[in-house]
Design a protein. Structure first.
Length: 161
């Protein structure tokens, strides 16, 4: 069995808006991510973690923000494109551990929905996916609600012949 580990991180500035996309789930909120794509900070970190495990660069190399075709692009589509390549190469998720850093909204009520969304997007069992949420406790750009961030660790597995 071949094992690979990847770590991903992403952050986006926040501005007045109508909500956030997190792990493919829309979360109503009075702020939105400022981003070239749909601003799903969690999926961007997941993509980077997978790309890291596969030694395939980073999200900016695959989906440059200066490419007009990526303007407003759905991050679920970006993840599907990357995951399809990994899946065809025989990779599966061993586990995915995610942390979202945001002062608000409180994510306790949507974490399970985000887990299910990630499991569906990655052809994985929900039991292999974990989502945690942390605040900035009123300190720094996260605590002042200027920024949202996500950090992800992924373990990928592949049978060897």
């Amino acid at each position: 069995m071949e094992i690979r580990v990847g770590i991903g991180y992403d952050s986006h500035r926040l501005a007045p808006g109508s909500g956030l996309r997190l792990g493919g789930v829309f979360v109503p909120h009075d702020r939105s991510a400022v981003a070239h794509s749909d601003g799903d900070v969690l999926l961007h970190a997941v993509i980077d973690a997978i790309l890291g495990a596969l030694a395939q660069g980073d999200i900016g190399e695959h989906f440059p923000d200066n490419d007009p075709s990526n303007k407003g692009r759905n991050s679920c589509e970006m993840l599907a494109e990357i995951w399809e390549k990994a899946r065809i190469a025989g990779w599966q998720v061993g586990n995915l551990d995610c942390t979202i850093f945001a002062e608000r909204p409180r994510l306790g009520t949507v974490k399970e929905q985000i887990r299910r969304s990630l499991a569906r997007l990655l052809d994985s069992e929900v039991s292999r996916i974990n989502v945690k949420a942390k605040t900035g406790e009123g300190v720094g750009p996260i605590g002042r609600e200027e920024l949202i961030a996500a950090e992800v660790a992924v373990l990928l597995l592949r049978e060897t012949g």
